[in-house]
Design a protein around this ligand. Structure first.
Ligand SMILES: [Zn+2]
Length: 282
């Protein structure tokens, strides 16, 4: 039974607003490291944001809706001075690099800033961007990873699942290998290809219990487990974030899967490679 596990929004921020994995010694990042210890075969793909710019929205939500309705820009402001750009967190990068060199963590690309100043509070950076600007941001994201010597794979999930009409073509131009897509018309139960890139459907959320993981395994023959790192940001609740409760769900699910099956853990990039080969031969 192939099992993959991935989290969105990984970047070096953890504090009272939210914990996206900024501290290897506590919280979300610690939980991920604990999972790696408990399950020696486990591999985790982290959709990482190289310069996170979303800032918790502190104003009344009616202001936010009013500004949007009146077309006032920006609707929401990001952080000033790119405080979470990876090159400002070299020690954090070193911890990530070590786990990644040990074959336990894999970084994929989750945008450049995650931020869209004109649209929504949380994410959807790529909605409304043309092909050239999309390419520029992807290339800038890659440059930051390279500059801090963090290896990454050519896998992408758009912040807030927000794909603009040009996003996929820009990713294909940039040689991307796999994408995480969600929602119609891309909802698939099996891997497929879009613009030459492998689409990997997610079929298990860490908020679901072990019964669900076993049912998914039986139905699909593979479990793609997905969560977010932070479970809240300011006043905002983030779906399937790695809270202590969902951490326990995930542990129980992995234990149940290992009790029932011979589990083979894969990174998403490894799964994509095999999926591409089997799609090509079928
Ligand atoms: Zn995200």
């Amino acid at each position: 039974m192939v099992v993959t596990l991935n989290f969105d929004d990984f970047h070096p921020q953890s504090g009272p607003d939210g914990d996206f994995g900024g501290d290897p010694n506590s919280g979300t990042f610690r939980m991920i490291l604990d999972l790696l210890e408990e399950f020696p075969g486990l591999r985790v793909t982290l959709f990482t944001v190289p310069s996170w710019q979303d800032r918790p929205y502190r104003g009344p939500s009616k202001w936010y809706h009013l500004k949007r309705a009146l077309g006032r820009r920006p609707v929401v402001r990001g952080w000033d001075g790119e405080p979470f750009r990876l090159d400002k967190h070299r020690e954090w990068c070193e911890v990530v690099r070590n786990r990644s060199a040990a074959g336990r963590l894999e970084l994929a690309v989750h945008g450049l800033h995650h931020h869209n100043p004109n649209l929504v509070i949380h994410g959807q950076e790529f909605l409304g961007l043309d092909r050239e600007e999309t390419r520029r941001r992807i290339s800038q994201a890659e440059k930051i990873f390279e500059e801090v010597r963090l290896p990454f794979v050519k896998g992408f999930r758009a912040p807030g699942w927000g794909y603009g009409p040009e996003t996929l073509r820009a990713l294909a131009d940039a040689g991307y290998d796999f994408v995480g897509l969600f929602g119609s018309p891309y909802q698939l139960s099996k891997p497929g290809l879009i613009e030459g890139m492998v689409v990997i459907p997610q079929n298990y959320s860490i908020k679901d219990g072990a019964d669900r993981a076993l049912a998914v395994a039986l139905r699909d023959g593979v479990v793609h487990a997905k969560g977010h790192t932070a479970y809240c940001y300011g006043r905002e609740t983030i779906e399937n974030g790695l809270s202590p409760e969902y951490f326990e769900n995930l542990r129980n699910s992995l234990r149940a899967l290992e009790a029932q099956y011979e589990v083979r853990y894969q990174f998403l990039s490894e799964y994509a490679r095999e999926a591409r080969a089997s799609l090509a031969s079928s």
